[in-house]
Design a protein. Structure first.
Lengths: 114, 115
């Protein structure tokens, strides 16, 4: 059984603050780490897919890093805005025999106060 | 390009009833996945279709759940009879390829409440 852990579970920040969350995942049979942004009643939106140790990706004010050797990824948001409020999900893609499966963490619920 | 769509967006049924959820993947995506999120828990994999074939159904909870994808286009997930613990958000996702990168595109989910 694969476990993907995210911390913190929830986070309240003020507009303009920078913040970061952690995702830890199994490093064995690892292929990729996915980050999604999810607002309730909407489709989870893919932010990043990272595969290589040391990968860093950036999309506007959001960036992510990947350490496959120790099994963790950080998501950073610079200058948080109220519209960044959402649940941020990470999912690890590991092989199980001939199958590739996404295993999700429980998510980090971010609330940005104006 | 239209994204993944799911119908209905919400369903409230009583224990013992039957419900059928529908997913329309992005056109041309051979791979279709079903997931479920029970409140307070993580999104969990249910099964994976490649075209009309079930590639992996290891996440299906029990035989009250039946997924089909006749013709390799849209898919249905039927729960019969529904139990209280089946409540949750059922997501569908699709991808063009199925590989170690596996970028999946999600629908908005169907929120199922079993009373």
């Amino acid at each position: 059984i694969l476990n993907v852990e995210q911390s913190p579970q929830s986070l309240h920040v003020q507009e303009g603050d920078s913040t970061n969350f952690t995702c830890s995942f199994p490093s064995s049979n690892f292929y990729a780490l996915h980050w999604y942004r999810w607002e309730t009643a909407k489709s989870p939106e893919a932010l990043f897919v990272m595969t290589l140790n040391g990968d860093e990706k950036k999309k506007g004010r959001i960036s992510a890093t990947l350490n496959t050797k120790e099994g963790y990824s950080y998501l950073y948001i610079k200058g948080s805005q109220p519209e960044d409020s959402a649940t941020y999900l990470c999912a690890s893609l590991n092989s199980g025999g001939s199958n590739y499966k996404l295993t999700f963490g429980k998510g980090t619920l971010l609330t940005v106060n104006p | 390009e239209a994204g993944v769509t799911q119908f209905p967006s919400h369903s409230v049924i009583e224990k013992g009833q039957t419900v059928t959820l529908r997913c329309d993947p992005i056109s041309g995506h051979d791979n279709l996945y079903w997931y479920r999120r029970v409140m307070g828990k993580e999104i969990k994999f249910l099964l994976h279709f490649v075209k009309e074939s079930k590639q992996d159904e290891s996440g299906m909870p029990n035989n009250r759940f039946l997924a089909e994808r006749t013709g390799g286009t849209y898919s249905t997930l039927k729960v019969q009879p529904a139990e209280l613990e089946d409540s949750g958000v059922y997501f569908c996702a699709s991808s063009q390829v199925w590989d170690s990168y596996n970028e999946q595109f999600f629908g908005p989910g169907t929120r199922l409440t079993v009373l």
